[in-house]
Design a protein around this ligand. Structure first.
Ligand code: IMP
Ligand code: MG
Length: 181
């Protein structure tokens, strides 16, 4: 493991099992309906792709949005900006917003509002990770992969300054990495 990483938090196997469980839940909830998955770039790429392939009884389309709420550092700015609009017309669609992690909840709260305003038939949220101790606003998240401690993590899509996204597991970033930057 690179020395910028302190320890493994979630193994590849743990992630695989939990994602399969979430997919089964989503499949049951949306069975027979058309579902639009909207992944939040870039962090949710892995989760969105894995969920999409695991959904067997639901007609799934994939779309993407991108927002900026973080710089290259590790603390929230609270300011959300949409950098990429979803390509799809969302009006009347059942949307499942797929996010990598929610800390303060500000990003998801903003996205939820934004997609609802476009006239979606329903908008639910799936997040791989959630850090309950950092929540500043309450967001109703339908599917949560793991509740984790308030540490900065990387891997399975999550980055630190664009690095470590491609790790198949999730690791805690060593505090010395962001303490000095
Ligand atoms: P929030 O608006 O405070 O909930 O921040 C959520 C966003 O910050 C997520 O979409 C992530 O992109 C980013 N983020 C929060 N925590 C982490 C982390 O531990 N590792 C990598 N990115 C994170
Ligand atoms: Mg993100």
């Amino acid at each position: 493991m690179p020395d910028e990483l302190a320890r493994t938090l979630l193994s590849e196997q743990q992630i695989r099992v939990r994602v399969a469980d979430m997919a089964a839940e989503i499949d049951a909830d949306y069975a027979g309906r058309d579902l639009l998955l909207i992944g939040v770039l870039k962090g949710a790429v892995m989760l969105t792709a894995d969920l999409a392939r695991a959904l067997e009884h639901t007609n799934v389309e994939m779309d993407w949005t991108s927002v900026s709420s973080y710089g290259s550092g590790s603390t929230t700015s609270g300011v959300v900006r949409m950098l990429k609009e979803p390509d799809s017309d969302i009006a009347g669609r059942h949307v499942l917003l797929v996010e990598d992690t929610t800390d303060s909840g500000l990003t998801l709260a903003w996205l939820l509002e934004n997609l609802r305003a476009r006239g979606a038939a329903s908008v639910e949220i799936c997040t791989l990770l959630r850090k309950p101790e950092l929540a500043l606003v309450e967001v109703a998240v339908r599917y949560v992969g793991f509740d984790i401690p308030p540490e900065f993590v990387v891997g399975y899509g999550l980055d630190y300054a664009q690095r470590y996204r491609t790790l198949p597991y999730i690791a805690v970033l060593a505090p010395h990495v962001y303490a000095t930057s």
